[in-house]
Design a binder for this molecule. Structure first.
Ligand SMILES: *Cc1c(COP(=O)(O)O)cnc(C)c1O
Length: 523
């Protein structure tokens, strides 16, 4: 198959990123980087990868009226064509197994292969959620052991394991708060959220039926304690605070914030997405937190993004533990683990809001996270936090002479380094640096988040990058910063070397083309 697709389009050398380096190739491919049409443009009618007998035309059952009148519009491809198609596409993708993925807030760390091996053991991989309990005791033990680690690492009273992502955990935590308020006969409806919060925080609060009020930040990027106190009152159900926050900074007033919120009868939700920076070093329970989700896929290295589903268990304080959703695992007096699925939970447990999910949560992610925890141990987990913070500070201090670091003067950062586009030449922006990084062979950092910093660039290396790897990244980032400060307009055109050049993102967002049309059929 050549690089000419069905609609006759073939990338020119300019579009293919090779302007000035010679004539376009006949195939449209560039060396071993292959152009690949859509699968519908590739396949031809009547071709089939398997040799099937012609089916009998008359089905014996009463389903005859559902018989297709025409062949399904599936692309006809042989097996080798199919394998090549997807392998070629996979080469145009970028993943954590290829190189650094410095997306701030997302914690893209290496996924250890031992985790994968454990998760694939048939006793974990092949269990069915409706199997009788006595046939899945090992799987329940994994859930219970992981729950125990999460409770101990956070210093909390209990944990709801079933939420399937960070945002889902936020919802679970706020529903627990709502249930606790209901039990007190109170209808408080305000949740306070800092300006710098991840978008999921206000969205979750609104979804759970609360009104969101925003808390301003201090000039050094932290929650303004006095401004927060001024908003506290009998209508405040609670606060949602991210710690370390989305500027990559520790909130030193966390305990004072929690005390003030508790004093007016509210609850403290902590967004624990950044737990990676403090795991083994700080127990959020000691800071007065009532509920906090843990993104297993961030802190405990289970694959995410394109690589797999998330998991967002929520740890709960004594005050909220009775309102945890079903189901949960407990260890009975006999030492055996029980899965509690019924609404009747015994003494101390109130009837709350039921379930977050149909079954028990993400078994594969539980197994991976527990493997990660056990293979690191107490001391190893502490080192995870220390190395993540060290790596981020190395990047911050290696670039802050060239790139503006808005909070760099207020001391070291936690697990992510925050820069802004202040100081770049007129017309050059964060987007140009991000696109330039693609040419340099790196996935861009998080851009334009947090919103409190104009032109934000949030870089999170995680603990799994080596010093040599960080130095390469720093070399590229510095080179781009120098070009952007010197007014190198060519950066507007980056990326030059990617399979596709810079996209018209506004048009893509405003006029998305979501359905493929067969151009050859129309003409
Ligand atoms: C990732 C993240 C979330 C949401 O977690 P998901 O697992 O993606 O739903 C919430 N808050 C912060 C600060 C995050 O970084």
């Amino acid at each position: 198959m050549s690089g000419v697709n069905a609609s006759g389009w073939r990338p020119t050398m300019k579009e293919a990123g090779g302007e000035g380096t010679g004539a376009p190739t006949a195939s449209g491919d560039r060396a071993l980087m292959l152009e690949e049409p859509l699968i519908f443009e590739l396949g031809s009618e009547g071709k089939c990868g398997v040799d099937l007998d012609t089916p009998a035309r008359k089905p014996a059952s009463g389903l005859a009226k559902f018989l297709r009148k025409a062949a399904p519009a599936l692309p006809g491809l042989t097996e080798p064509e199919t394998v090549r198609h997807y392998t070629r596409l996979s080469r145009q993708n970028y993943g954590i197994d290829l190189g650094p993925f410095p997306l701030g807030s997302c914690t893209m760390k290496h996924n250890p292969r031992l985790n994968e091996k454990m998760a694939r053991l048939p006793g974990f991989a092949d269990v069915h959620p409706l199997q009788p309990q006595k046939t899945i005791e090992g799987a329940l033990e994994v859930i219970e052991q992981l729950a125990d680690w999460l409770i101990k690492l956070t210093g909390m009273a209990s944990v709801a394991m079933s939420p399937k992502a960070g945002a889902h955990g936020e919802l679970c935590g706020l529903l627990c708060i709502r249930a606790a308020l209901d039990a007190r006969g109170e209808s408080r409806d305000i949740v306070l959220v800092p300006e710098s919060a991840h978008g999921t925080n206000p969205a979750t609060a609104a979804f759970a039926g609360f009104k969101v009020q925003s808390i301003p930040a201090t000039p050094d990027g932290r929650v303004d304690l006095e401004a927060l106190k001024a908003k506290l009152g009998p209508d405040v159900a609670g606060v949602m605070i991210t710690n370390p926050n989305t500027c990559g900074l520790f909130e030193p007033d966390m305990k004072a914030i929690a005390d003030a919120v508790h004093a007016v009868g509210g609850y403290v939700y902590c967004d624990g997405a950044n737990f990676n920076a403090i795991v083994g070093r700080v127990r959020p329970g000691d800071l007065g937190v009532d509920a906090m989700h843990i993104n297993l896929h961030k802190t405990f290295s289970t694959p995410h993004g394109g690589g797999g589903p998330g998991a967002g268990p929520v740890v709960l304080s004594e005050a909220l533990a009775p309102y945890a959703p079903l189901p949960f695992v407990t260890r009975g007096a006999d030492g055996a683990i029980h899965l509690v699925e019924e609404e009747n939970r015994g003494e101390g447990h109130q009837s709350a809001f039921g379930r977050m999910v149909a079954f028990h949560g993400q078994m594969g992610m539980f197994t991976r996270a527990l493997t990660y925890i056990l293979s690191h141990g107490n001391d190893g987990l502490k080192q995870v936090a220390e190395d993540a913070v060290l790596n981020a500070n190395y990047i911050l201090r290696s670039c802050d002479d060239l790139l503006e670091a808005p909070f760099g003067k207020s001391g070291p950062c936690m697990h992510e380094a925050l820069f802004s586009d202040a100081g770049l030449a007129d017309g050059l922006s964060t987007l140009d640096i991000a696109k330039g990084l693609i040419d340099e062979g790196f996935h861009p950092m998080t851009v334009y988040f947090p919103l409190v910093v104009k032109g934000a660039m949030l870089v999170e290396p995680t603990e799994t990058e080596s010093k040599a790897g960080l130095d390469r990244f720093i070399g590229s980032l510095r080179s781009l910063a120098e070009r952007a400060k010197a007014g190198d307009e060519s950066l507007h055109e980056a990326p030059f070397f990617a399979p596709r050049r810079r996209l018209d993102e506004t048009r893509a967002a405003r006029k998305p083309v979501l359905v493929w049309k067969d151009a050859s059929a129309e003409s």
